[in-house]
Ligand binder design. Structure first.
Ligand code: PLP
Length: 386
């Protein structure tokens, strides 16, 4: 009201986007006492002890000053090693440490996109892509995934031929679907990148939580000048609140990304950088153990949902499952509202991940086994009464 009286206009691009539908629903859960939340995408394990100790040591050693804008060299060297162990080759000078993957994405889109630039984001997808692309004035091209959440390569090729987009944004394993990239689709993407003037941004936030073979479009050095990688430690080492991510890109992109990053944040938090560095050096067995526990919970939730009659794809990475709710005759928002208030179980409506997410809900199965069982029991009971 006050602003209207003063005649102050907000930025129309920012005004035009919504706050994240994931957070919106997460906040609703707080209104329902006793509700079990399967909404937020956060590991349920603590940060590994060695990471905690490295951060405590860093504080005691007064390592609390600015670090280089691109991040600590020792962390970037560790990242170079880690990425090479999963077939992605970037030198430490091509890696910039960011404030979570979120800031990495912001810096990439800010640095590369001009107003009106066309971007393909196959949906359903993590909502930040579309929102940030719109904030910087990019234009999103509609492209839907297949029913089993694989890429519709023919559709992708058609859109690229017709619209000549500047950028394609991918993320595997996927939030919200848990799908991974197949070798066949990886090869199709290589061929798309070779034949077209297009930049592929690949969000590798969950790549350490791939349950089987890991394939990424970033694994082909021949197209590295067309690929930008973003990743982070939020999910890998359960460091969500410690805010460390990274971007990898060849020099021509990195030069610009660095400017966006520098003027936004100067550098990522020093203490957390020391923690992440220790994590890469000595905590990879924690990631494997965490992955094992996720596979076990994935199997459990998948079987329970199938028995309840959901049409559901088996997730192959990350910690989300994205069942189809079409047969219950409600849109995803209504389904989640009713499930929250009637069954006291909260999931995220599929539409939080774009219009293509309708008819689905996202369940995060990364919570304690007892709560997970209780949530599944409540859902089952509620569904039988529908
Ligand atoms: N990318 C994907 C696919 C995510 O799911 C998330 C967080 O949920 C992020 C990026 C951002 O992660 P961070 O906590 O590192 O900012």
């Amino acid at each position: 009201m006050e602003l209207e009286r003063l005649g102050i206009n907000m930025n129309t691009k920012v005004e035009g986007i919504q706050i994240s539908g994931i957070r919106k629903f997460y906040n609703k859960v707080l209104e329902v006492p006793g509700a079990i939340s399967l909404t937020i995408g956060e590991p349920d394990v603590p940060v590994p002890e060695k990471i905690k100790m490295a951060m405590i040591d860093a504080i005691n050693d007064n390592k609390t000053k600015y670090t280089p804008n691109m991040g600590l060299k020792e962390l970037r060297l560790q990242l170079e090693n880690y990425l090479s162990s999963i077939g992605i080759s970037y030198g430490w000078e091509e890696i910039c440490v960011t404030v979570g993957g979120s800031e990495g994405l912001f810096a990439i889109f800010t640095a590369l996109l001009n107003p009106g630039d066309k971007v393909i984001v196959p949906t359903p997808a993590y909502p930040a892509y579309e929102s940030v692309i719109r904030i910087v004035g990019g234009e999103i091209l509609d492209c839907r995934l297949n029913e089993d959440f694989t890429l519709n390569i023919e559709e992708l090729v058609r859109i690229i031929d017709e619209e000549k987009p500047k950028m394609l944004v991918l993320s595997y394993p996927s939030n919200p679907t848990g799908a991974v990239l197949s070798k066949k689709d990886q090869e199709a993407l290589y061929s798309i990148a070779e034949k077209n003037e297009i930049i592929i941004v690949t969000d590798e936030m969950y790549s350490s939580l791939t349950f089987g073979e890991f394939y990424s479009v970033a694994q082909n050095p021949e197209i590295r000048d067309k690929v930008i990688v973003v990743g982070g430690f939020s999910k890998m080492f359960s460091m969500t609140g410690l805010r460390i991510g990274f971007v990898c890109a060849v020099e021509k992109y990195m030069r610009q990304i660095l400017k966006a990053h520098q003027y936004a944040v100067s550098c990522a938090p020093s203490i957390s950088q020391y923690g992440a560095c220790e994590g890469l050096k000595s905590c990879m067995q924690h990631v494997e153990a965490f992955k094992g526990s996720l596979i076990e919970r994935r199997n459990y939730v998948y079987e329970r949902l199938r028995k309840m009659g959901f049409k559901v794809e088996l997730p192959r990475g990350a910690f989300y499952i994205f069942p189809n709710i079409e047969k219950f005759g409600m849109d995803s928002e209504t389904f989640c509202e009713r499930m929250l208030y009637d069954a006291k179980v909260a999931a995220v409506p599929g539409t939080a991940f774009g219009a293509a997410g309708e008819k689905h809900i996202r369940i995060t199965y990364c919570i304690g086994r007892q709560d997970l069982e209780e949530a599944m029991n409540r859902m089952e009971e509620w569904i039988h009464k529908l």
